[in-house]
Write a new protein. Structure first.
Lengths: 359, 482
């Protein structure tokens, strides 16, 4: 498979998953505020700052808006074209990647990404504010449909595995960030209130986190109604069967990576396989106490860093120019990976212009 | 039941109409079609239009218009009434094209080797050596089988009397063949009964023929050549066609950055390392193909590709430097070129052409701007053109200045009233629209032309410009045996 095709499959999938997760972040926040407005002051910008903090986008946001509110944060995360991670940008980039490999993907996949793109072009901010629930559901369902179509119309070979790697790396990263939103909320409340209160507000917030991962029902089947932070973190980080848990997603990414390279347990072929295997093994033997011992926030931050490293190695192993004579680059000196806003699907003005000029 | 054709006004005094002859009766090869259309109501036509639109949209058959804010993707306008070309007319076109392409290839071979035609003063040497498409880097290079122009698409028109004339030779990988193939698919879906009434020669084998041609021109040392398509990328207006052809041939679609040259060999970058490439069907212009040789600012090319080509390790289709032979000035010499290399008279005539570089012609052109069509020698796609009868005095003055400033760059031709073909307007009434024909010629060990081609139609009332960028559309083209 051409490296470029593999890379475009990877980024198409990754951007799609990112759009879905952003929709989930926003959806949960709206729900949260609805739940909380009886007991607390929901105009509090802290609820919206958290969303910007977890996307590591504070500076860009501040250069565009002067307040944190439902309106500005929604605009930034849904519509803003200068935010490469807004839902509109992500779907635009997913579509662009898909278009550049239209001969490689199934026409049904193309239709789905194209449909969502055109839907987003037609949506107004007013519509989102009137019916946030409906809008975010549309995005989530479109993403699920895309995955279902992909599973059922696209050969499960190397290309499909790149789609899976991208999807699960992105999802892992996003679950970690979502849990971190909660952390930031607690933190900002702590600053205001000088101490963390695990009251009913807290439970409502944790339930919202579960809901945003579509995990509330699955969680209850395991832990009944014992909604306490320990159990929730156990479930979202360490559960091996729920498809929106970190452990599950890391396992799935590992499976896909190993299928491509032929790696197996105890025998890895490249650094991407080694790093993902190491992460998976550690998760398998981690207890929630280990996470607390490290500090939840630090644990999550570290996890995100390691995911970036895996992404770098996937890039170096499969997408970057390489010849068999060149030894794999030492992992610590690997090229900086553009991370959240990175990826292909970027054609400079000059490139676009030249492409148009050809007869 | 609707009487589309009864209400149709062919205006045969002014134009050659493809369907209705000068005495007002339908031409024999359109009888069955007219019968069939008589059975259709307006709603039948609407239903068929819907089938066709859905087909095109689902296939993603769009082209991109530039100059607006964003490149907007549009459906390529398609006319439901097919054009019928009787077999004996097609034989003439086919023979004429084979003759013409053979001669043009011999011309290129000569220009890039001994330049006999220049030494014999058939063509002024400065016209060739001064052409911006002449690539002196390729003098002496021997492409496999001596073939330069593997894929061509000459534009053919019919004059007032129905004679087929060549308007333009497109020797630099012309586009549109995917529309030809898709138009046929759409017609089969929308008009299965009508389709059955004619013995239509099939065109569906074009991708296989193209692949066979490309395999035949591979470097001689290897048995099963690895063929790839090279596209400028998704912003190119013909990107759909590039991906379509790659998919139909079952070969990789590559961009410049997918290819790498090592030790004068070309490879694709794959997830499993490098894979050798033998033949590149390139849809990137010469000037952009290798930043080391041509434009250094090219972001679409492959560094080192030209040297790999010169070493014979990879074949480019079409060869580099073909533009020197499809220049509008050289066009006027094609009858002489055919005579010189083949000793034959041209089967397909040229449109009379005046060269601004020739002082007598220049005088004539400047005196008659209001009735001539003036074209820039190196522009395509209907740009850089003055259509005399439709132009204003200011436009004519502007062109006169440009012509005098750079006579080598301009030619003029009489305004030919292209033949007309009834076409649907808003699917309610028929109107005579001007058409041309672009057959696609493949040149490997033999010359192959799939019967038919792309009939382009100027869907603006009275417009003579058939290019898709200028409001043109297309229709299916049926070469039929009796």
């Amino acid at each position: 498979m051409l490296s470029r095709v593999a890379e475009s499959l990877f980024w198409m999938s990754r951007y799609f998953e990112r759009a879905e997760n952003t929709a989930r972040f926003l959806d949960v926040n709206f729900n949260l505020l609805l739940d909380l407005n009886k007991i607390t002051h929901v105009e509090n910008p802290n609820y919206w700052i958290a969303l910007i903090l977890v996307t590591s986008d504070k500076e860009r946001f501040n250069s565009l808006y002067d307040e944190y509110s439902a309106r500005t944060v929604t605009d930034y995360l849904v519509f803003n074209k200068s935010n490469p991670n807004s839902i509109t940008s992500c779907i635009g980039l997913a579509r662009e990647n898909g278009r550049s490999i239209i001969e490689s993907i199934s026409s049904e996949m193309w239709e789905q990404v194209n449909n969502l793109y055109h839907y987003l072009q037609s949506v107004t901010p007013q519509f989102v504010h009137t019916d946030p629930y409906g809008f975010y559901k549309e995005i989530k369902n479109a993403s699920h449909l895309f995955q279902g179509i992909t599973d059922n119309t696209f050969s499960h070979n190397e290309g499909w595995d790149f789609i899976q790697i991208a999807k699960y790396l992105e999802r892992t990263d996003n679950i970690a960030r979502l849990i971190d939103v909660k952390y930031h909320m607690l933190l900002s409340e702590a600053q205001n209130q000088t101490e963390i209160v695990a009251g009913s507000e807290d439970i409502i917030q944790w339930m919202a986190v579960l809901k945003s991962c579509s995990a509330l029902e699955a969680f209850r089947k395991v832990y009944l109604s014992k909604i306490d932070p320990d159990n929730i973190l156990r479930f979202l980080i360490l559960d091996r069967t729920f498809p929106r848990s970190i452990n599950f997603s890391v396992c799935a990414a590992e499976d896909a990576l190993w299928r491509i390279s032929g790696s197996s347990r105890h025998r890895y072929v490249n650094n991407a396989d080694r790093l993902i295997g190491k992460l998976e093994a550690e998760l398998s033997y981690t207890a929630i106490e280990d996470i607390y011992a490290k500090g939840l926030h630090h644990y999550l931050e570290d996890l995100e860093q390691r995911l970036v490293k895996v992404g770098e190695q996937v890039h170096l192993t499969y997408f970057a120019y390489h010849t068999p004579e060149i030894e794999p680059v030492d992992i610590e000196e690997a090229l900086p990976f553009t991370g959240v806003a990175g990826g292909r699907a970027y054609w400079s003005q000059a490139q676009q212009h030249q492409q148009q000029q050809q007869q | 039941m609707s009487r589309f054709f009864e209400r149709y006004e062919p205006e045969t005094r002014q134009f050659f109409d493809e369907v209705i002859s000068h005495d007002g009766t339908p031409r024999a090869h359109y009888d069955k079609m007219l019968q069939r259309f008589r059975q259709f109501s307006l709603d039948d036509i609407k239903a068929r239009r819907e089938i066709v639109n859905i087909f095109f949209r689902n296939q993603g058959i769009t082209f991109t218009v530039y100059g607006e804010d964003e490149g907007v993707e549009r459906l390529f306008p398609f006319d439901l009434i097919p054009r019928v070309v009787p077999a004996q007319e097609w034989e003439t076109i086919e023979k004429g094209l084979i003759q013409r392409i053979t001669a043009l290839n011999a011309f290129l071979n000569d220009i890039y080797h001994d330049q006999k035609i220049l030494k014999d003063k058939i063509i002024p040497a400065e016209l060739i050596l001064g052409s911006q498409h002449f690539r002196r880097e390729f003098v002496g290079v021997n492409p496999p089988l001596g073939i330069y122009i593997h894929v061509t698409g000459s534009d053919i028109i019919r004059d007032r009397h129905g004679n087929y004339l060549v308007l333009e030779d497109n020797l630099r990988t012309p586009s549109g063949v995917s529309y030809m193939l898709q138009n046929r698919q759409a017609m089969k879906r929308a008009f299965p009964v009508l389709f059955d009434k004619y013995k239509i020669r099939p065109i569906e084998n074009y991708p296989q023929e193209l692949l066979r041609t490309l395999q035949e021109i591979g470097p001689s040392s290897r048995r099963e050549p690895n063929v790839v398509v090279l596209t400028p990328g998704i912003y190119n207006s013909a990107y759909f066609e590039h991906s379509f052809l790659a998919r139909q041939m079952g070969v990789e679609l590559t961009e410049g950055k997918d290819l790498v040259v090592n030790n004068n060999k070309v490879y694709t970058r794959t997830t499993r390392g490098l894979e050798l490439v033998d033949v590149i069907y390139r849809r990137v212009d010469d000037a952009y193909i290798d930043p080391l040789v041509f434009r250094p600012d090219s972001k679409l090319g492959v560094a080192g590709l030209v040297n790999a080509y010169r070493k014979g390790n990879v074949t480019l289709a079409n060869a580099i430097g073909c533009g020197v032979a499809d220049d509008k000035v050289i066009y006027s010499f094609v009858p002489k070129i055919i005579k010189y290399y083949l000793g034959e008279d041209p089967i397909l005539e040229n449109v009379p052409t005046w060269l601004a570089s020739n002082p007598d012609d220049l005088k004539y052109i400047l005196a008659n701007l209001g009735s001539l069509v003036v074209k820039a020698a190196n522009e395509s796609g209907g740009y850089g053109m003055l259509i005399g009868p439709e132009s204003t005095i200011e436009e004519q003055e502007k062109f006169a200045e440009m012509i005098v400033a750079n006579p080598r760059n301009y030619i003029a031709q009489p305004t030919i009233s292209l033949s007309r073909h009834p076409s649907f307007f808003n699917d309610t009434e028929l109107w005579g629209c001007h058409i041309d024909l672009r057959p696609y010629v493949l040149y490997g060990k033999n010359i192959t032309i799939v019967p038919g081609g792309l009939t382009r139609v100027a869907l603006k009332r009275g417009s003579l410009v058939v290019n898709s960028s200028q409001g043109g559309g297309s229709k299916d083209t049926w070469v039929v045996d009796e």
